[in-house]
Design a binder for this molecule. Sequence first.
Ligand code: ADP
Ligand code: MG
Length: 690
Amino acid sequence: MTTVAVRLPLGFAGLDADAWPRPRTFPRAEALERELDVLPGVGPAVKKRLERLGLVTVGDLLAHRPFRYEEPVPERRMADLGRDEEVAIAGEVLSVSKRRRGRLQILTARVSDGTATVSATWFNQPWLERQLQPGTPVRLRGRQGRYGFDVRSFDIGDGEATADFAPVYPASEQITAKKLRELVGAALPIALADPLPATLKESERLPERNDALWSLHRPRSLAEAEAGRRRLAFDELLVLQLGLARRRRERETEIAPALQPAGDLVARYRGVLPFRLTEHQERAIAEIDADLQRTVPMQRLLQGDVGSGKTVVALYALLRAVEAGRQGALMAPTETLAEQHFLTLEEPCRELGVTCALLTSSSPKRVRDLAPSADVVVGTHALIQEGVELRDLAVAVVDEQHRFGVEQRKALAEGRSPHVLHMTATPIPRTLALTVYGDLSVSEIAKPPADRKPIKTAWVTEERSAAAYSRLRKHLDAGRQAYVVCPLIEESETTQARAAEAEAERLRRAELRGYRVGLLHGRLRPVERRDLMARFKARELDVLVATTVIEVGVDVPNATIMIVLEADRFGLAQLHQLRGRVGRGAEQSFCLLISRAREDLTDAAVDRLEALVRTTDGFELAEVDLEIRGGGQLLGTRQSGLTDLRFAHLRKDRPLLERARALADELADLEGPLSDEVERVFTGRDLSAG
Ligand code: ADP
Ligand code: MG
């Protein structure tokens, strides 16, 4: 069985219950759980602003990770500035001005040190204008470029932010870097419990937890910062693995209905498919069949790129439940997706005489009353949360597993114990999935059905966007359709929708004048969205301007070109998903990624865009993403609050992950309350309660 906990020989032998500090000897984790207004200088207004950054407790603040550190650079007089050398300069602001270039907001301050004057520039941080009034003394780090001094970090007054190894936190309008540094400074002296046994810290060369936090926020060298990060990564991985270990143990006691071998209904299903299943699909099906025959609930991850044919396999699994006289359910993260799935499944179900129902929170009561007794129920995860009683659920398919928090996955399995197939189009390198998910088996559809042509992708800078639109219009004039994806705006769905509206309006007047342009965003009501999609599918619209809501589920084979605006803002996995909206027919499709000039992008953004141009292979991209970021977002636990992997880099920290896993198994074997307490101390949250 897949759920056997394998004890890895990692040298933890002898670490029995007594080696661990007993729970009652830990100062409670309360210090971490306190809200930030316990710190000096945090009133209601600042508290609110911090909250908008996701910082609520002292623990959150301490875990707010700098995204880089300033390395030592030479000091220069402005008269001696060379081109492209990273340096520090100091002087006084003479004047400040603001302008726009496309979507870029550029703030320029004339700064002088008496030897010369430079034009210091900041991008997209208009709120700094107020702080940079004439006469203000500043210290700047950055490099002299073609158009001015490109500021990487700066100080007004004190020299902390530009000091050697100063932590750099993500910039934000909510709170100044200076304030954030002060608050972190106030939080650091709060002594925290360190529940890891000394022997373990020694053998793993891990610093004390308190020291690790100091090293993170106040390192004296990059090596020290890295040592701190590594310790915090271990804690984080341990918490993740404790959760998994506990689930493994719970599942060992669960029982699912064992289904008879494949029968008549699925044989007929194969008959009604207008194509032959690929070798990869057949293999996945064989693996699923083997799982379904057992009384251990299936927990299988089916991964494959968008369009690789997962849904076909998923329906197979659902029909296996139906032919056994039971019920299958497919759960999607959004209503749009649930509707899309329903449209796909409805027809083959009807042909097979299987009843199929759509159930979402906007379904009318009549439907909601009847749906739970259908053979196949398609719905959103509201299905789970609102506790709809499914008559006799034997197989559940959970789509886009990365959008479901761990806790939701758990809720589904609890009490019902159906066989569960998780589908994801965000491939995770297989070995990694095994280590991180531990409790899931993995099936892969590594190759799409043969008749697809790989999408051609180009990276285009904003100056050349006119050429991109003229390319797009060529497709439209040839009777094809297109997508334009609007820039990602993190603040809220409403802001995002408003920006998309403005962009659509602009395009209707400019690049797309004379074409029929529709707008799809997250604030549309389900019926409006459905209507819009139907019109696009029926070719009543030429272009769909959209936010990321088209990321998954939309299937219009006649759409052959996509433009993504400000593509550098998106994550790799997200861009890959978006791109999968085209290339769904036999025609050659194109994806044009538009961004600022290369010099204005971070290294990571350049790496992402280059990777997308280079390959359409989702598994290869997953590897690249892992390389760039450590894969936190890939892992699908982002929304759970449980394991936002913040410190761990899954590639670099692989050995650490394996040790955390072994340790978690040992801990889970010990008293329950002990592992609860360890989690609590590490996270500042009582996870077992939630
Ligand atoms: P996914 O769920 O992985 O995105 P789908 O199952 O929706 O992929 O399949 C994408 C498209 O490819 C659908 O139109 C489907 O009918 C088609 N398809 C699936 N399997 C095959 C196959 N073996 N041969 C040809 N076309 C297929
Ligand atoms: Mg699909």
